[in-house]
Design a protein around this ligand. Structure first.
Ligand code: THU
Length: 130
């Protein structure tokens, strides 16, 4: 799947965004190493801190279905229907992604392709506790 196709899947996933409070819609499209696609959207709550981001929705959907090997994620966010500005993943989502993904894992945004290591050069992980 091309970066453009993955990004389009993220934009489509944002249609399901439940963002009554921020009115900022986010979609994520997560590709497994064996080519399966999991999408997610942000889901807000009247108790604001219970909101979950699109990226974590996609990761948790995939892991709960038994998929833990990922190649790439596309993220699309917008407050006005224009998804051309990059929506950078938040720190909480980066930490969750880092549990399953290598430094080379691809992050596809509106402004291009990044590697996970660009956002999280040093991680707290299992190794940190040894
Ligand atoms: N949001 C995401 O879904 N992903 C991000 O990477 C950044 C922020 C959501 C959370 C909240 O519903 C809204 O965007 C505004 O913060």
């Amino acid at each position: 799947m091309s970066n453009e196709e993955l990004f389009s899947a993220a934009v489509k996933a944002a249609e399901k965004s439940y963002s009554n409070y921020s009115h900022f819609t986010v979609g994520a499209a997560l590709l497994t190493t064996d080519g399966k696609l999991f999408t997610g959207c942000n889901i807000e709550n009247a108790s604001y801190s219970l909101t979950i981001c699109a990226e974590r929705t996609a990761v948790f959907k995939a892991v709960s279905e038994g998929y833990t090997d990922f190649a790439a994620i596309a993220v699309a966010g917008s407050g006005n229907g224009d998804f051309s500005k990059a929506c950078y993943p938040c720190g909480a989502c980066l930490q969750v992604l880092s549990e399953f993904c290598s430094d080379e894992f691809k992050v596809i945004l509106a402004d291009g392709e990044y590697r996970l290591s660009a956002f999280l050069p040093n991680r707290f992980n299992e190794e940190s506790m040894k």
